[in-house]
Design a binder for this molecule. Sequence first.
Ligand code: SAH
Length: 243
Amino acid sequence: MLALAGHKFVILEFLYALRKFVLAKRKFLGNREIMGDFISKGTSMSWEKDYVRSPPWDIHAPQPEIVKLAENNEIKGARVLDIGCGLGDNAIFLAKKGFLVTGIDIAQLAIEKGKKRAAKQGVTVDFRVGDVFRLDDYFEEESFDTVLDSGLFHSLDDEEKLPFAKQVWKVLVNGGKYFLLCFSDTEQGSEKPKGINKEEIRRTFSKMFRVDYLRDAFVAAKIRDGGAGGYIASMTKIVSAHS
Ligand code: SAH
């Protein structure tokens, strides 16, 4: 009798564990749809693992908003720095258009894969592994005419935003452009990126940049509806206020 009760207990334990597993898996897959489990704090290790498989932002093409920037001739000057370039599709697209493009990312694996994509397409991009908070270690001041940020700013913690803006400011020429593409705060995810509101963008950058425009935009990704709402901003480095 006792042995039978013990058996029952083991079976119940097993069923309980199985249920727990199924629920956890369902939660994981649900989160994945909103990209939550792919986005973590900006340490190199956490980003690195995102590139073991293809992350949701890997659309194997440049972001439509970046294509528009090029078509509208908004990208002035020759030297472009793509910060948080990931797998490099935006950088590769701009290099094809004739720009001298440097792509930098903290994830080594992303850079390795980006290099392969560029080589396959016969395009030269200066890909580098590096931390955006150390741009001034890697590049002379005023090394670039344009800085492109597709999906990096919205992954930063609040206290990182101003130091980030200063780094961008330093490597740009006077009058150089910073283009920012990010998810907007209307996108509700439980995890990062939570999305940015317009006020936050203005607050972060307005002392160092003139905000030329800040508009609604579509950010393409391998999620429901093929992407989500965001913002695109064009900013120009101003000199007087910051030193
Ligand atoms: N720009 C790409 C990737 C966006 S995902 C695209 O549009 O598809 C954000 C990227 O920023 C990731 O590749 C991540 O590795 C990179 N990143 C995050 N923190 C960083 C940091 N401190 N320095 C450099 N790159 C960083």
